[in-house]
Design a protein around this ligand. Structure first.
Ligand code: GYE
Length: 348
C-alpha cells in the first residue's frame, strides 16, 4: 500500500465525527427482518438508530444543505449519527463502509455515492453483518436486493427540465438554432451521468429551437474554480459561437456566468444560462437576471431517510426501492420581487 494511500485512509478516519444522542453503547441486535423467529422482535424507535452516514464530501451549497439536514434531523430525533466526509473519493467511502460494518453499535448505514459502481462487496458484507443500508441522493448500479431503499432525485428528469427551460430562453431571445456548451459534474456520479442523458434527450425533442451541444466537459469537484477554467477555455475555443450554457449545478452555472462577464459578455442577453440545485446562490443569480432558470434538486432528504430506516429495522418489507424527490423549477422571468419572496422561505 502506497504511503499517500495510507495517509489518505488515515485522513479519512479523521473526518469521521459522531453526533451522539444519549443512546446505549451496547451492540444493537439485528433488524427484525433478520432476527431468528423465536426471539420477540424488538420494536425500534428513532432513538435506537445508530447511523453511519457516508457523505460524498463538501463540494457545493447543495451538499452543505444535505449534510445539515442529516445532522439537524438526527439531533432532533435523538439519533446517533456517525458522519464521514469522503472528500469525493470512493476509496474513502469503502473504508468508511468497512468501519461501520465492523462497528457493533451501528445498525443503519446511509450512503451518498460519489460513483455508480464499486460498492457490491461492501453492500454484501453489510447485509451479512445485519446492517440496514439506505442509499440517499445519488442512485448506484447495484442489485436493489443489496440495499433497503434509495431516496433521491430523478436526475434524468432534471436534465429534461433544463432542456425545456434552455429552449424557452433561446426562443424568447429570437433564436431558431443555437449552440450549447455543457459544464458537467463528476463523470462518475449518477447526478452528472443522468442529467447529461436527460438534457441530451430533451434538446432532441424541443421543436422550436434546434439546439446543438458544441462541447461538454466534466468538473470532478463540481466547484466554481473548475467550472470557470472550463468556461474560459470554451470561450477561447468557440469565440462568438456560444448561445447557451448548461451548468450541472449552481456553482458550475455561476462559474460560467462569471467567465462570460470577465470576457465582456452579458449573461441572459448574449448567452443564456441554466443551472440545477436552486440554492440561495442560484436564486441570487436568478434575481440579478444572469441565470435564466434554475432546476430545483432537494437536499433536505434526512427525514425521509430516517423514516425509511426505522421501517426497515422494524421489518417493513413494503417500502419501494426508489422514492423520487418532489422538486420545482424557478425562472428569472418570475421577477426579482417574487423570487426574493420565495428565497426568504427556503432553508438552503
Ligand atoms: O447537484 C451538486 C452536488 O448529488 C444532487 O451533488 C447532488 C449533486 C448536486 O455536488 O451540487
Amino acid at each position: 500500500m502506497t504511503k499517500s494511500r495510507t495517509l489518505r485512509i488515515a485522513a479519512a478516519a479523521v473526518l469521521t465525527v459522531v453526533v451522539a444522542a444519549c443512546s446505549s453503547t451496547a451492540a444493537t441486535p439485528a433488524p427484525a427482518s433478520q432476527a431468528p423467529a423465536t426471539a420477540a422482535a424488538k420494536t425500534y424507535t428513532m432513538k435506537d438508530l445508530v447511523v453511519g452516514f457516508i457523505q460524498t464530501g463538501s463540494e457545493s451549497g447543495w451538499r452543505a444543505a444535505n449534510t445539515s439536514s442529516f445532522k439537524e434531523t438526527a439531533q432532533q430525533q435523538g439519533i446517533t449519527l456517525k458522519f464521514t466526509d469522503s472528500q469525493n473519493k470512493i476509496e474513502n467511502q469503502i473504508t468508511a463502509f468497512n468501519t461501520y460494518i465492523q462497528d457493533p453499535q451501528v445498525n443503519v448505514i446511509v450512503l451518498a455515492a460519489v460513483a455508480t459502481t464499486g460498492y457490491d462487496d461492501v453492500l454484501k458484507a453489510a447485509k451479512a453483518a445485519g446492517k440496514l443500508v439506505v442509499i440517499e441522493d445519488r442512485r448506484i448500479d447495484a442489485d436493489s436486493s443489496l440495499y433497503y431503499t434509495y431516496i433521491g432525485s430523478d436526475f434524468d428528469a432534471e436534465g429534461q427540465k433544463v432542456a425545456k427551460a434552455m429552449g424557452d430562453l433561446l426562443k424568447a431571445a429570437g433564436k431558431t438554432t443555437a449552440n450549447i456548451i455543457e459544464i458537467g459534474g463528476d463523470q462518475a456520479a449518477s447526478a452528472a451521468i443522468d442529467r447529461h442523458k436527460g438534457f441530451g434527450e430533451g434538446i432532441q425533442t424541443y421543436s422550436d429551437v434546434k439546439m446543438t451541444v458544441l462541447d461538454y466537459q466534466n468538473a470532478p469537484g463540481w466547484d466554481q474554480v473548475q467550472g470557470k477554467a472550463i468556461m474560459d477555455a470554451f470561450l477561447k475555443k468557440y469565440p462568438g459561437k456560444i448561445d447557451g450554457v448548461f451548468g450541472h449545478n449552481d456553482e458550475l452555472a455561476i462559474a460560467g456566468i462569471q467567465s462570460a462577464q470577465a470576457a465582456g459578455l452579458k449573461p441572459g442577453k448574449d448567452i443564456q444560462f441554466v443551472g440545477v440545485d436552486a440554492t440561495a446562490d442560484g436564486f441570487k443569480s436568478l434575481i440579478d437576471g444572469t441565470l435564466g432558470a434554475d432546476i430545483e434538486c432537494n437536499p433536505l432528504l434526512a427525514p425521509q431517510v430516517f423514516d425509511a430506516a426505522l421501517k426497515g429495522l422494524n421489518g417493513d418489507t413494503s417500502t419501494v426501492k426508489w422514492v423520487p424527490s418532489q422538486e420545482s423549477q424557478f425562472f428569472a422571468a418570475q421577477g426579482a420581487d417574487a423570487l426574493k419572496a420565495i428565497l426568504a422561505t427556503r432553508k438552503y
